[in-house]
Write a protein that binds this ligand. Structure first.
Ligand code: PLP
Length: 368
């Protein structure tokens, strides 16, 4: 019997670096620096240096990073923020938590990233900004979005939850927008042993505000200058992230090697790949393709012992949570097409060559 291939398998990383991870965790325990504290602060410095921004504010998850970014930019009730319809829902949550309204823009038909043309159409007098998502690890067309934002006086926030170490026109993502939000959820390209996130920026004022907000609204303990939140990064997560950050480059190279094989060697005309524009260096967080009948394809792969899944089966504008906004099928046709045809193939840094080969073979043998 051949072994099943998982969509993603984090246990291989753990087993490969177990000693180092456990020592990092033990160091936190010895110093009882559990919430925020020196290990979280150390990681913030390392992560800012890695991304290439002056500041990184570690937080308890990527959703909080988006929420705090919106608060720091002054988003509130009555405001609109444009977000892609094709993203993980948390991109929109950050907007909703402030009382503002997310406005969903379609993705393009080939990159599956936010469509600047549709963003332009969605601007109203209430629009405050745009959150672009470098979805699946593929940078979105930042320059076009920036142009629109500058023309209408809007902010641009990057959602980098899936794109650690990706580049757009020679610049690392996380350095482009006014603020950038990262997630370290297990399975993201850089991940904690639990939950984690970060907001990166060169702007000292935003950084200080986010630091205060995540820390119960105080700069000085027990003096609360505004209503704050408990959204600090945990010490253990900071310590684990300091270990994994050392391996991120290796993991990215490995993801690229695997993805390049998929792109070159999967030649079945029933399978359509995401377009990867030449001005970007994607990091292949998720290898998403479309097929005519994705339920059928996933079942076929499962019979071959290969686990696939979907990102994402329902586009944000048609989620029940946003039914009150009144979107209808047909409002974001490219995002809807993707939702009803997408399949995510197995891809993680520790995948072996024989597994990559089996996935390619199964894809090429598929007859619909
Ligand atoms: C994972 C993810 C988030 C949310 O991050 P969490 O750490 O899970 O809260 C936000 N946006 C995108 C695009 C994501 O993939």
């Amino acid at each position: 019997m051949t072994e099943n291939i998982k969509r993603i398998d984090l246990s291989r990383d753990y087993l490969a670096h177990k000693q180092e991870y456990l020592e990092a965790i033990e160091a936190v325990c010895k110093e009882t620096a559990f919430s925020g504290g020196k290990f979280a602060d150390k990681f913030d410095k390392e992560f800012a240096a890695f991304v290439g921004t002056k500041y990184a504010a570690g937080v308890n998850n990527g959703t909080s990073a988006l929420h705090l970014a919106m608060l720091a930019l002054g988003v509130g009730p009555g405001d609109e923020v444009i977000v892609p319809a094709n993203t993980y829902i948390a991109t929109a949550w950050g907007v909703s938590y402030t009382g503002a309204t997310p406005v969903f823009a379609d993705c393009t038909a080939d990159t599956w990233e936010i469509d600047p043309e549709d963003v332009r159409r969605k601007i109203t007098s209430k629009t405050k900004g745009i959150i672009g998502v470098h979805l699946y690890g593929q940078p979105f067309e930042y320059n076009e979005i920036r142009k629109i934002a500058d023309r209408y006086g809007l902010f641009v926030v990057e959602d980098c939850a899936q794109s650690h170490q990706a580049y757009y026109e020679g610049k690392q993502v996380g350095t482009l927008g006014e603020l950038a939000c990262f997630s370290f959820y297990p399975g993201k390209n850089l991940y904690a042993f639990g939950e984690g996130g970060s907001v990166t920026t060169d702007n000292e004022e935003y950084f200080k505000h986010i630091t205060r907000l995540k820390n119960q609204g105080c700069d000085v303990r027990y003096y609360h200058d505004e209503v704050g939140y408990n959204m600090r990064l945990e010490g253990i997560q900071g310590a684990v992230l300091s270990v994994s950050l050392k391996y991120l480059d290796e993991w990215t190279q490995s993801r690229r090697r695997i993805a390049e094989r998929y792109l070159r060697e999967i030649t079945n005309p029933l399978i359509t790949m995401q377009a990867h524009p030449a001005n970007t260096e994607p990091v292949y967080h998720l290898f998403v393709v479309t097929v005519p009948d994705h339920e059928h394809f996933i079942k076929y792969m499962e019979e071959k012992g290969i686990e696939c899944n979907m990102h994402y089966p329902v586009p944000c504008h048609l989620q029940k949570a946003y039914a009150h906004l009144g979107y209808k099928p047909g409002d974001c046709p490219n995002a809807e097409y993707l939702a009803s045809h997408c399949v995510t193939l197995p891809l993680f840094p520790e995948m072996r060559d024989d597994e990559v080969k089996r996935v390619i073979q199964a894809c090429n043998d598929y007859r619909g």
